[in-house]
Design a protein around this ligand. Sequence first.
Ligand code: ACO
Length: 320
Amino acid sequence: MVGKIYGTGSYVPPRVMDNDDLAKIVDTNDEWIRERTGIGRRHIIEEETTSYMAGQAAMKAVEMSGIDPAEIDLILLATSSSETVFPCAACEVQKAIGAVNAAGYDMNAACTGFVLAFNTAQAYISAGFCRTALVIGADSMSNLVDWTDRGTCILFGDGAGAVLLRAEEGEPVYMEAHSDGAKGAALTGLSRHRKGWTGAQEDKESYIHMDGQGVFKFAVRKVPEIIEEVLAKADMSLDEIDYFVLHQANRRIIEAVAKRLKTDISKFPMNLEEYANTSAATVPILLDEMNRKGMFRKGQKIMLSGFGAGLTWAASLFQW
Ligand code: ACO
């Protein structure tokens, strides 16, 4: 059994912050941001929370699928920016959509989270542990960035995306995942917390710190490698893939990956000009947009790949 996508959904906050708005906060400009990243705008939460956005995206996926929420067995929610440590955001979504029979939990692998959650749900389904799974990626990056650091605050946005999977007979899903904790310092998001039993407040702030060029080189090297690994497992060639749906961090990363794979950039859809990097949400938001535009045909081969803090990277190859 494999998990077939029966529905997709996404949500971004209505409040838009474009590059000119950012230039009023930090010393930057539209030309620099577009040239280095491809980003033009980002959507930023006001009153919304991560679990609210996740619930909205989930409702749309469930609505498209036509499946009764009571039939959902599993909710996996990839996030690194839930408004609460517990209850987990997946349980908040369960409540919001009335998925009363589902088990739910959150997964944190930063920008790689959605692809790992998708693969985990596929593993549950192929093992026969569940029939209907809701997989969500949702992040409020605007709560994690340092709005005085022009090197990072320009890169991120907020949003959520979801897919509803149902078990069916079909071609296998091929997947791969890696981590390199030794390189974790390249991208960190520390949160303020108490120092164990001493009760002392540690002076760490929940800001993102990033070695931009290090992360860039990591992505450009590791994403093509993992795509080749998955293709080897599937005994398929690059030209059999219809779309490469990659984590939307930066246009230049995606262009460099396409070039390394000697594959036309038209097979690498992008929407980061509108949303920037919404971390775990980028892949499912893009999947939802493509789906609603009617870009998918039954039998098409789709390669997902996520990469980010950890460092972590993952890929998944499935047939629509
Ligand atoms: N506006 C204007 N100038 C800026 C800005 C800004 N927002 N940010 C940095 N600069 C300046 C720097 O201060 C530096 O100036 P200097 O030469 O006078 O010292 C100059 O621009 C070049 O800075 P670099 O950091 O070398 O710029 P680079 O070309 O590496 O681009 C960037 C930076 C866009 C972050 C790039 O390294 C990158 O894309 N890295 C990938 C990281 C990424 O996408 N992370 C997302 C999160 S992780 C993930 O999702 C996988």
